[in-house]
Design a protein around this ligand. Structure first.
Ligand code: PEP
Ligand code: MG
Length: 761
């Protein structure tokens, strides 16, 4: 029986799992997706009946039977199934039962055995999968394990199919308001606008739907692509002397036939005629045909599904060469993509970019950091929750306070969000009077507030927010937007502009920190673990020629202005710092020999690796200042990938270990009278800032968007209070308790709106 086939041939089972997942991903709607699952499960496990329940979206503790297969003459599913589904939901674990009181060894041929497994998605119960069989023995442990494994794998696909269905229902006006999805908070704020999907051009599944205005010319474009791709395949098949075997030639001929086959062309044309652009129509047609082959019994024919996808990609490629090179963005663009990069934001020109939706990442990803400094909301980590390619052209509300996205909202929801946005604007306006005031506590402790920047366009928000200087200028972006390393002259021009713009205020230029999540296309570094790999100062020291070029450009740029501080990233040992300092001296000597008069800049080391926390005193003795990069420091200290949305809730600047580390660094700075600044995103969190004031931090550098509210918080409390709170916090062992204590203190100081932003009326 079934279960043996599952346990005897694990490879077959895994291959079939892959096929089930593929068809689930390509299913056009939720009903067909679920029907496909129960049929496939029944077939694979060779059971009499398979049923699938989904949690009720309204009554979360209840489940609804959505679909079943194999009931035969039975008019309704066995009543026992509901009870079993509830039992599985209650326990959140597999339940393996029979309907006989007999001992397993005594079951007769008419006994019914049941197995139910939960379908869990992102920690919540999505539904239950149940199989039933008439048998003499219960389901074995390996069958149970196989079904549970499958349930875990289909959970994501079901969630996406569910989301797609609700998005389609709202687009067709079948429901009063569109669905709401929860992601990870990226950057605060509220925005309404139109989704514009940026997709990986080689990924068929990521292609969004787009409306076409001129259907006839879209048809002509598609037909031209077909004839070019098929013609090229014919040419390869007929080419003499290319080293192809007769079999290869046959294969290319078959590919050409498939490319111009009636089925593929006709269904794509039908998609275009219904108003979709050619790539979107092609995606549907390819997925439908691939699914057809995947369902075949014969393994040879099943594999043809891959050929169909290859041909789809070739056609897609061809279509893309015919597309206009420039993206056309809507007036209020909400940029959407699986894995957007800061460069995608920079590419939006000529229209207002009002928000960002990213499939992956968290609030510490550079994309979110950039959004925050531009003052626009961002919601991250939605790839597992909804198919992002459905958002193209949709009316959206992005709630960056709660990490929510609402699709095709109705008027009443729009009104609520508009009034919330107006309230936030009023608050920002009332904070404007602080713009030209310095930040100091009620008892007169002054803390310079600088901003973080990285794109030239970043300087305006910093100036508008009343920044006292640039505490961290990330120099990677100018390297990322080019296709080779920028020359010394190009770098000089850029750095000079930054230093001049802020003169006489100080500007801290950080040396190149590529690697990790900041790759350069023209300098590929292949590593299995890039965050623990060749990044930051390590690359600079291995390439002194690059490092010296950058330092020379920075020192020259400061000539006559003398407002430069130079910051070294990713210092993990004293040797690296010493070596970098020697190179900086060498660059200075070179320039002086060339006749330039160079003032020594202030030199700083970043503390963003745990080893540097323990050696903070030794590092502090060698430089003029320390700057704590909490984004990386927390990532390394707590072993939480800063870009991974799945572990975002483990990333916490108020973790007692982080607080101990910050305290240690600030004390180490005091030992040698070396100022300690904090430049990671934690400097924009009022609760953390309160502790940092208690510890005696010298300055903060934060996103321009966070600056007014942090200044407000600093103005509302005394240093004495901050010290007392720090003493209390040091007694606590859990971040949640620390957060509650500090939040209450801030609320008591009159900062309720700061601590609870974005609550709808
Ligand atoms: C940090 O790690 O905290 C930091 C400021 O640097 P980046 O975010 O660029 O890695
Ligand atoms: Mg860092």
């Amino acid at each position: 029986m079934i279960r043996e086939s599952a346990s005897r041939s694990p490879e077959l089972v895994t291959t079939r799992f892959d096929a089930i997942l593929q068809s689930l991903g390509a299913a056009p709607n939720l009903d067909l997706a679920l029907l496909g699952i129960v049929k496939d499960v029944r077939d694979l496990f060779q059971v009499d009946i398979c049923l699938l329940y989904l949690s009720d979206p309204v009554r979360l503790d209840a489940q609804r039977l959505m679909v079943w297969d194999g009931l035969g003459d039975l008019a309704a599913p066995p009543a026992f199934a509901d009870t079993l589904a509830n039992l599985v939901a209650e326990r959140s674990e597999p339940v393996n039962l029979c309907d006989s009181k007999a001992l397993p060894a005594q079951l007769d041929a008419n006994c019914h055995v049941y197995l139910g497994v939960p379908i869990m998605h992102q920690g919540a119960l999505l539904g239950t999968l149940i199989v039933q069989q008439t048998a003499q023995s219960r389901f074995s442990e390996s069958e149970q394990a196989a079904l549970a494994t499958l349930a875990a794998q289909i959970a994501g696909g079901i969630q996406l199919a569910k989301a797609r269905s609700s998005i389609n229902a709202s687009a067709s006006g079948n429901v009063p308001t569109g669905p709401l999805f929860e992601g990870v908070i990226g950057a605060p704020g509220i925005a309404t606008g139109t989704g514009h999907v940026i997709y990986a051009r080689s990924e068929l599944a990521q292609i969004p739907n787009r409306d076409v205005a001129d259907i006839e010319s879209e048809i002509a474009v598609f037909q031209a692509a077909v004839s070019r791709v098929a013609g090229e395949l014919d040419r390869v098949a007929e080419e003499q002397g290319g080293g192809l075997t007769a079999e290869d030639r046959t294969l290319f001929r078959v590919y050409a036939m498939i490319a111009r086959s009636n089925e593929l062309v006709t269904s794509t044309l039908a998609g275009i005629r219904s108003g979709n652009w050619a790539p979107g129509a092609l995606r549907d047609s390819i997925q439908e045909h691939a699914r057809y082959f995947e369902a075949m019994e014969d393994p040879y024919l099943r594999e043809r599904a891959d050929d169909i996808r290859d041909i789809g990609r070739a056609l897609l490629n061809e279509l893309q060469t015919l597309e206009p090179a420039e993206e056309r963005y809507p007036a209020r663009t909400i940029l959407v993509g699986e894995d957007l990069s800061p460069l995608d934001l920079a590419a939006v020109k000529g229209v207002r970019l009002v928000a960002v939706i990213s499939g992956h990442g968290s609030r510490l990803s550079h994309l979110a950091i950039l959004a925050r400094s531009m003052g626009i909301p961002a919601v991250m980590g939605l790839a597992g929750t909804l198919p992002l390619n459905s958002l193209h052209g949709k009316s959206l509300i992005v709630d960056g306070y709660k990490g929510r996205l609402c699709i095709e909202p109705d008027v009443s929801l729009k009104r609520q969000y508009r009034s919330l946005a107006a309230r936030e604007r009023r608050l920002s306006k009332t904070l404007r009077h602080l713009r030209d005031q310095t930040a100091q506590t009620l008892d007169g402790f002054r803390i310079p507030l600088y901003t973080n920047a990285g794109l030239l366009s970043d300087l305006n928000p910093s100036l508008a927010a009343g920044s006292e200087g640039i505490g961290l200028y990330r120099t990677e972006y100018p390297f990322m937007v080019r296709d080779s390393f920028p020359t010394e002259e190009e770098q000089y021009t850029l750095y000079r502009k930054v230093l001049q713009t802020f003169h006489p205020r100080p500007v801290t230029l950080r040396t190149l920190d590529i690697g990790g999540d900041k790759p350069l296309s023209y300098f590929p570094v292949q590593e299995t673990n890039p965050f623990l790999g060749w990044r930051g100062i390590r690359i600079s020291l291995d390439h002194p020629e690059m490092f010296l070029t950058q330092i020379r450009a920075m020192l020259r740029a400061s000539s006559g202005l003398n407002n430069l501080s130079l910051l070294l990233p990713m210092i993990s040992r004293v040797e690296d710092l010493d070596e970098a300092l020697i190179l900086i001296q060498r660059a200075r000597q070179q320039l002086e020999q060339e006749g330039l008069s160079i003032t020594q800049p202030r030199l700083g080391a970043m503390i963003e690796v745990p080893s540097a926390v323990y050696q903070a005193e030794a590092l502090a003795r060698r430089v003029d200042f320390l700057s704590v990069g909490t984004n990386d420091l927390i990532q390394y200290l707590l072993a939480v990938d800063r870009n991974n949305e799945r572990v975002a809730r483990w990333f916490d600047a108020l973790h007692p270990a982080v607080i101990q580390a910050l305290l240690r660094i600030i004390r180490a700075g005091k030992q040698s009278s070396t100022p300690v600044s904090v430049c990671g995103e934690a400097a924009g969190d009022p609760a953390v800032v309160l502790l940092l004031i208690g510890m005696g931090v010298s300055s903060l550098s934060l996103s321009a968007g966070d600056l007014p509210r942090i200044k407000w918080a600093i103005h509302s409390l005394s240093r004495r209070q901050a010290r007392a709170l720090l003493r209390q916090v040091l007694q606590l062992e859990q971040a949640s308790a620390i957060r509650s204590l500090l939040t209450q203190a801030l609320v008591d100081a009159g900062l309720d709106t700061l601590m609870h932003p974005g609550n709808l009326d």
